[in-house]
Design a protein around this ligand. Structure first.
Ligand code: SF4
Length: 325
């Protein structure tokens, strides 16, 4: 169990930036007005069955404003909560933020990196929205070959976060993701080969998956060269196709009480490799968007304390049962 920070029993992402870059970096969400091939008709028009990007949009971020304006307003918005933060990462979160021509992407990322307090970019995207040219450019950016060096001559931080969601192709088809797991593996590998830090996002409780199926993700994630991962329980967003499916075929969904989810996640953590950073373990869709809040209104900080307590009670830790090839 040695090696985890702050006497945690898992590898928490909190503090990672300070450790790696010597300073705290706060993410500010930016909406550059990109869309998604699963919505604009390139793959489909329906989108993933659970998708409603409004649920992830802070009030200050809107494509009607310039990126610099969104960042300035985001810094003010977060000032109370993150008083000590002086440097920021522009977090391109809504939709697919590598889904455009390379020229357009360069313009957008450059605009963010030209804001003096912005130290880097985090790009949320789909695994099928990257290619060699885009990744080569992002690798050059993080190596400082495109400029944007800070006052100490350090290059910008560049992180790509891939929405992978499930490791099972039958689930990816059922939720209309429009890509398979092999595509996700390829994107992650191409990214890591270039030395670009890479995160991944997964959902627990998608239709047709058993608890064992979900625990089985761990071995697949362990084999991927990802730095960090975010997990959350499925939250049914109002007005989505998933909401209809959930009401019609509830028996196809494994749902978790909070207590069950804590135990499930501890079982899952035991199977994960210990060097994978855990950036999030439970969801945070604002209550006004979801069809029900089975856990009540529990704040993220409280959830994290509960996870710490459950690991302690069970006297276990991340990686206790990991099979690492
Ligand atoms: S890839 Fe993302 S933005 Fe596109 S439909 Fe799916 S969840 Fe929505």
């Amino acid at each position: 169990m040695d090696g985890f920070k702050e006497r945690k029993r898992y590898n928490s992402f909190v503090g990672y930036f300070r450790e790696r870059y010597g300073e705290r970096l706060q993410k500010i969400v930016v909406d550059a007005g990109f869309t998604c091939p699963n919505r604009d008709g390139a793959i489909s028009r329906g989108g993933c069955t659970y998708c409603d990007n409004r649920a992830f949009h802070p009030s200050y971020s809107s494509p009607d404003k310039s990126i610099a304006e969104q960042i300035a307003e985001g810094i003010v918005f977060h000032r109370v909560r993150y008083r000590n933060a002086t440097r920021f990462l522009a977090y391109f979160q809504p939709y697919s933020n590598t889904y455009s021509s390379l020229e357009r992407l360069k313009e957008v990322y450059s605009e963010a990196l030209s804001v003096p307090s912005v130290k880097g970019i985090v790009l949320g995207t789909r695994p099928d929205c990257v290619d060699e040219r885009k990744l080569d450019y992002l690798a050059a950016l993080k190596d400082g070959k495109e400029g944007f060096l800070d006052e100490n001559g350090n290059p910008p931080v560049v992180i790509i976060e891939y929405g992978i969601e499930s490791c099972l192709d039958r689930t990816l088809a059922r939720i209309n993701r429009g890509h398979d797991f092999a595509t996700a593996c390829r994107a992650v590998e191409m990214t890591a080969e270039r030395g670009i830090d890479c995160g991944a996002h997964f959902i627990f409780g998608l239709p047709g998956e058993s608890r064992e199926d979900m625990l089985g993700y761990a071995a697949k994630i362990n084999a991927l060269p990802v730095l960090s991962a975010k997990f959350h329980q499925l939250q049914i967003v109002r007005g989505t196709r998933m909401e209809r499916e959930f009401s019609e075929k509830r028996e196809d969904f494994v749902t978790f009480t909070l207590d069950e989810y804590l135990d499930f996640f501890v079982d899952f953590l035991e199977r994960l490799r210990p060097d994978l950073y855990i950036e999030r373990f439970a969801g945070e869709v604002p209550p006004r968007f979801v069809n029900e809040t089975p856990w009540g209104l529990v704040r993220n900080a409280e959830l994290l304390r509960m996870l710490d307590r459950r690991l302690e009670e069970r006297n276990t830790f991340q990686g206790a049962l990991a099979e690492i090839s």
